[in-house]
Write a protein that binds this ligand. Structure first.
Ligand SMILES: NC(=O)c1ccc[n+]([C@@H]2O[C@H](COP(=O)([O-])OP(=O)(O)OC[C@H]3O[C@@H](n4cnc5c(N)ncnc54)[C@H](O)[C@@H]3O)[C@@H](O)[C@H]2O)c1
Length: 441
């Protein structure tokens, strides 16, 4: 089925989308405030420099499937759906400038008022979560005098193309993400992407909005990380190419979902020590590596976040389940759980601690010595009786995965508050407490 699509904003995203949809057999009307861009597309010339665009635009023009105009109302009246791809630049202070989106929402809303058939508004510009539903949708309702979800529909559909390979990325995306408050609104988009071979996710609008920021911030982090590590390699006389090539072949831990689940602070015997060694070495070499240097402060901040969560509950009696930095080890070196407990005790809270793998009765050697000599105050509240620790607690902190779901569920009571630092899967979360909250999810 061929659809009629109006595309607002004929910049990189809009003009590539227009050319690609036309090449897929749909009728496209491009809309822009720039007369020169409109004239170029209307005469079969690409308004941007991008591989394959000259051929695609010329072909679309020849087949009469692609037109361009400055007339927003006419474009809406003559299309089933509108893709909005106008710019969302930064204001001087860094805040996102939504003015172009707001202007287009006013125009499309006014056109929807005149339109008898239903219309689908699809926002593609990158916007922060909440923008589509709290900024754009009210403008559309106000201008159209109609109700979203009943008389017209609104979706958010992020774009992942990269300039330079935009057409290839558009036709072969990593995935297609469709955000809607009701999946029935997505029917025309499903039809549109029928021939695109990529996983398709149907999600809520804020999830779709956030995936774009999660992705771009991660890409920026990757670039900064690779540049800083490369700089370090160069100054240490190490072949950065070889290191990077080897690093990226590890798809178990390095290029993988490992360490990418929001959870608690890192710790243990390696990560903090190795980060410190590298950043110290950088100082000796007079190198500034702000990404790497920011990781320890970020970790400390995350522990502070856990303290704030407990303090804001207003409760005094705390059960901390998990003392070592992860289940299955009794290694307490640089455990963020230990830092958390120290901070909570310092705030005057009554903390009791249980950890299957760390119990003074079973511990020997360095870890026993560590508890007795370095953190004796934690040693004195450490017990191997989980039921006893849970009985008196108002807040139960899941600090590592050592307690089983069943065991916890049999001990939790409705009035207790569970704070999950470890991001248990839904299926593994113990029931029993009325309040269950994750630290960063
Ligand atoms: N450029 C990319 O590679 C890329 C990739 C993914 C997502 N995005 C996001 O997509 C959005 C668009 O990016 P872009 O790079 O294509 O922007 P762009 O600046 O190249 O193009 C925006 C276009 O919108 C037009 N416009 C402004 N106001 C208008 C109005 N009232 N009516 C019609 N047209 C209007 C402008 O004239 C311009 O041609 C941004 O939110 C961006 O963050 C961009």
């Amino acid at each position: 089925m061929s659809l009629s699509i109006s595309i607002f904003g004929l910049g990189y995203v809009g003009s590539v989308s227009a050319a690609c949809f036309a090449s897929m057999g749909h009728k496209v009307i491009g809309v822009d405030v720039s007369r020169s861009k409109v004239e170029m597309l209307e005469s079969g010339r690409t308004p941007i420099i991008e591989a394959r665009m000259p051929e695609l635009v010329a072909e679309a023009n020849k087949s009469s499937r692609l037109h361009a105009t400055c007339d927003a109302v006419g474009a809406v009246l003559n299309s089933h759906l509108s893709f909005v791809c106008v710019g969302t630049p930064s204001l001087k202070n860094g805040k996102l400038d939504l003015s172009h989106i707001e202007t287009v929402a006013h125009e499309i809303g006014a056109a929807i008022r005149q339109k008898k058939a239903s219309h689908l508004f699809v926002l593609r510009s990158t916007v922060l979560p909440g923008t589509t539903e709290n900024v754009v949708l009210p403008i559309l309702e106000q201008e159209s005098g109609k109700k979203a979800g009943r008389d017209f529909a609104v979706c958010f559909h992020p774009e992942f193309m990269r300039e330079g390979s935009a057409v290839a990325d558009f036709l072969n995306p990593p995935y297609t993400i469709l955000g809607a408050s009701d999946t029935s609104h997505l029917a025309p988009l499903r039809e549109l992407y029928k021939s695109v071979r990529a996983p398709l996710y149907e999600v809520t609008i804020p999830v779709a909005e956030m995936v774009k920021y999660f992705s771009n911030c991660y890409h920026a982090l990757k670039v900064g990380f690779a540049n800083e590590m490369g700089t370090m390699c160069k100054h240490l006389g190490v072949d950065a190419d070889q290191v990077t090539k080897i690093f990226t072949t590890d798809t178990k831990l390095n290029i993988s979902p490992a360490y990418l689940s929001p959870g608690f602070a890192f710790g243990g015997s390696c990560l903090p020590k190795d980060l410190r060694a590298i950043t110290y070495k950088a100082k000796e070499l007079d190198l500034k590596l702000p990404v790497l240097e920011s990781l320890m402060p970020s970790n400390v901040e995350h522990i502070a976040r856990a303290v704030d969560m407990v303090m804001s509950s207003g409760k005094k009696r705390i059960a901390q389940l998990g003392l070592s930095f992860k289940a299955g080890t009794d290694d307490l070196r640089e455990s963020p759980q230990v830092q958390l407990i120290k901070r909570l005790m310092g705030e005057g809270l009554e903390v009791r601690v249980w950890d299957e793998d760390v119990s003074l009765g079973r511990l020997a050697g360095a870890n026993r010595q560590y508890i007795e000599e370095v953190i004796p105050h934690i040693g004195s509240v450490l017990t191997d009786d989980l039921a006893d620790v849970m009985r008196s607690a108002e807040v139960v902190i899941l600090g590592n995965k050592s307690a089983s779901r069943e065991r916890l569920a049999s001990l939790l009571t409705p009035r207790q508050i569970v704070i999950d630092l470890i991001h248990l899967d839904h299926a593994k979360r113990p029931e029993g407490a009325n309040t269950y909250e994750g630290i960063c999810w």
